[in-house]
Write a protein of this length. Structure first.
Ligand SMILES: C[S@@+](CC[C@H](N)C(=O)[O-])C[C@H]1O[C@@H](n2cnc3c(N)ncnc32)[C@H](O)[C@@H]1O
Length: 236
């Protein structure tokens, strides 16, 4: 029997308004990624999209989907997979997808760790993990979505030269991320000066969680990593 791993986030929030519920019910069946056992073994991300796309990007934990919807609208030649188990966030993004007529988004509405395992090597050009739940207490660190196992998966699924963007407003999580990604030779932190991590690039829009952090006086860090080339002797 399949072992179901413990998921620590929330799957449901307040009751959905009728409009949001309708967007969810009408759109989600057409764009949802189902990962049955056989689908996991044969997943080809580019084949999830109907139109012609140049590459596939992935956002883990998209929350209300502000960043993902912006990227999808700005990059119609990219197929974007969003992963988020929180139904209210999924419904909010479905509404945006409907209203903005975005046809380059597919959603996996469960635990990112399952999707990461199913994705083939070198299949994702950009990966976004924006303001992941910080789980600040030491006894909860093992719940963090950025950990030795997932960092290995990030390196595996990214194409050579691919990009990983991570943001957090939690200092201890920032240190944790720098430490774990720093131990991954395949992923190189691209920052050269403080401005490179103290602010976002122009093609990196804000999110709802970020707005809350800024309003509370916290200063997020914005970390960009580049996936090295596989033929390099120290990189696999
Ligand atoms: C603090 S919120 C940030 C949301 C959004 N990225 C933003 O910046 O507004 C973290 C998000 O990660 C999602 N999340 C938590 N664990 C996850 C997992 N295992 N797989 C995918 N998403 C997860 C949560 O449901 C939540 O929406």
């Amino acid at each position: 029997m399949e072992r179901r791993r413990q998921f620590y986030g929330r799957r449901h929030g307040h009751k959905l308004r009728a409009g949001r519920q309708a967007h969810l019910q009408n759109l989600l069946p057409d764009i949802a990624i189902e990962l049955t056992e056989s689908a996991r073994a044969t997943l080809v991300p580019a084949e999830l999209f109907s139109g012609s796309i140049r590459a596939v990007w992935l956002e883990i934990g998209f929350g209300g989907g502000e960043h993902l919807a912006w990227q999808a609208a700005a990059n119609p030649d990219i197929g974007i997979i969003g992963c988020e188990p929180f139904v209210n966030g999924v419904a909010a993004l479905c509404q945006k997808i409907d209203e903005d007529r975005l046809n380059n988004v597919r959603l996996y509405t469960d635990d990112a760790r399952v999707l990461l395992e199913a994705l083939p090597d070198a299949s994702i050009e950009r990966l976004f993990v924006l303001f992941p739940d910080p789980w600040p207490k030491k006894k909860h660190h093992k719940r963090r979505i950025i950990n030795p196992a997932t960092v290995g998966q990030f390196a595996r699924i990214l194409v050579d030269g691919g990009m990983l963007r991570v943001a957090t407003d939690d200092l201890s999580y920032a240190q944790w991320i720098l430490m774990h990604l720093g131990r991954t030779p395949a992923l190189e932190w691209t920052a050269r000066r403080a401005v490179d991590w103290a602010g976002r690039a122009d093609d990196w829009p804000g999110t709802r969680y970020e707005a809350k952090a800024l309003a509370a006086g916290r200063h997020p860090v914005y970390l960009t990593y580049k996936r090295g080339r596989r033929e390099h002797p120290e990189i696999s």
